[in-house]
Design a protein around this ligand. Structure first.
Ligand code: SF4
Length: 415
């Protein structure tokens, strides 16, 4: 299937049918992009079998240049600066991403950071982040990251056995040993300040607590557990449409271990986000909650795209017709697909809007809602898991609040 065919076949699906003009007339205003994901390299040195970039519906990586050119980086930097200026942004984040971004090489990474820093004016502070599989992390890169203040997240799925279930090279050999070497370098005292955390994709075959403890051994400041990408057309492993909640059960085993620990060992982003939302605060993650998503992606060729996990849904799902050479990021904010990520409850399917946990869940990650015919106007394919996880966390927090109240009133009586 070509990209053109895919877009034609989805033109009656939501959000293609969403009217941005009508939203504007109702008083909605877009939230400017605050995070810019730069695909500085479109290929990878691993061949993980669950990868949404290479192994799922969208195959557009095959048509991308391998590396973002200096000229495309410069145009992207100028567009980022323009967006920050015209929207008066005091803070933005730039994420160097791929494929595997380290394949772009130290000089191209230096060029990207210096181009953005010199384009953006001093009223906007820019933080730089890089997401890597860790295999190529050596002292050359780490010295560069230290010099340029680039903060690093590493993908690690647990212990050697769990990690190498999926995260293998093209010749079938596991990457765990090489990732351990890279992580060891990153977590030495000289570079530990650059360590942002670990990203870990769930495989139900792995023991949850053993997986968590294998991650914890690296003392990560944060851990992100990621649900494997899937949707109603292509359900993720173990989600067969029945009432079972295998992903919630897996995560709850970790939540209980994490929440019950005598000290806070790390920040598990999904859990802290759910707790924030339960306490009435906005989410910081697109995985959960109803906060506007303010992320733009720039492909290796300079195309402006939506978040890349959409590539798991269908060919062309992340695509827009916009390009940094012609178009400002403001133009992307006016696309129905981008607006759909910023309209909160109005983007929910009827079942979600009526759901008692919808303010916390927010329908889950948008990517996981896709079903051909209705598009993204559906609950998450992980609906049952999300409901069970959220209610479990809520019960734990409520028990704590109740215990705190009892203690406080006992102290008041005693005093
Ligand atoms: S739990 Fe299910 S129905 Fe409720 S908001 Fe989440 S996805 Fe929608």
């Amino acid at each position: 299937m070509t990209v053109g065919e895919a877009r034609t076949s989805t033109e009656d699906e939501w959000p293609a049918t969403l009217s941005v003009q009508a939203l504007l007339e109702q008083g909605w205003r877009p939230t400017p992009f605050r995070e810019f994901v730069l695909k500085i390299h479109s290929r990878c040195n691993l061949a993980c079998d669950y990868c949404y970039m290479y192994e799922m519906a969208d195959q557009s990586w095959r048509r991308q240049p391998r590396r973002m050119s200096r000229a495309t980086i410069d145009r992207t930097a100028a567009r980022i600066a323009e967006h920050a200026r015209s929207n008066d942004l005091s803070r933005i984040a730039v994420v160097l991403h791929g494929g595997e971004p380290l394949l772009a090489g130290p000089e191209r990474i230096r060029h990207a950071v210096e181009a953005v820093n010199s384009a953006v004016d001093s009223r906007t502070s820019v933080s730089f982040h890089l997401q890597t599989n860790g295999v190529l992390l050596d002292s050359v890169f780490l010295k560069l990251f230290d010099e340029l203040d680039i903060f690093v997240s590493v993908s690690l799925d647990g212990d050697a056995q769990g990690h190498d279930l999926h995260r293998r090279r093209a010749n079938g050999t596991g990457s765990h040993g090489a990732v351990m070497t890279g992580l060891h370098r990153l977590t030495t005292p000289a570079y530990r300040r650059l360590f942002s955390g670990l990203l870990s994709t769930i495989d139900l075959r792995n023991d949850p607590v053993a997986t968590y403890e294998a991650l914890l051994a690296h003392r990560p400041p944060a851990v992100d557990f990621l649900l494997p990408h899937g949707n109603w057309d292509t359900p993720p492993p173990g989600r067969d449409g029945g009432d079972a909640t295998p992903y919630a059960d897996w995560l709850i085993a970790i939540f209980d271990r994490w929440y019950g620990a005598p000290v806070r060992e790390t920040r598990v982003r999904l859990f802290t986000e759910i707790i924030r939302l339960l306490l009435g605060r906005p989410s910081h993650s697109e995985s959960i909650g109803l906060s506007p998503v303010a992320v733009a992606v720039v492909e290796t060729d300079g195309g402006i795209e939506q978040v890349d996990t959409l590539k798991s849904a269908y060919e062309g799902a992340a695509h827009t017709e916009l390009h940094v050479g012609r178009d400002p990021f403001d133009a992307a904010l006016m696309l129905p697909a981008m607006a759909a990520r910023q309209i909160g409850r109005r983007a929910l399917a009827g079942e979600c809007a009526a759901c008692p946990v919808h303010r916390v869940c927010g329908g889950g990650l948008y990517t996981h809602r896709y079903r051909s015919g209705t598009g993204f106007a559906n609950p998450s394919v992980y609906c049952r898991d999300l409901y069970r996880l959220i209610t479990h966390v809520r019960e734990a927090v409520e028990r704590d609040v109740e215990a705190y109240r009892r203690r406080a009133s006992a102290e008041e009586r005693a005093g």
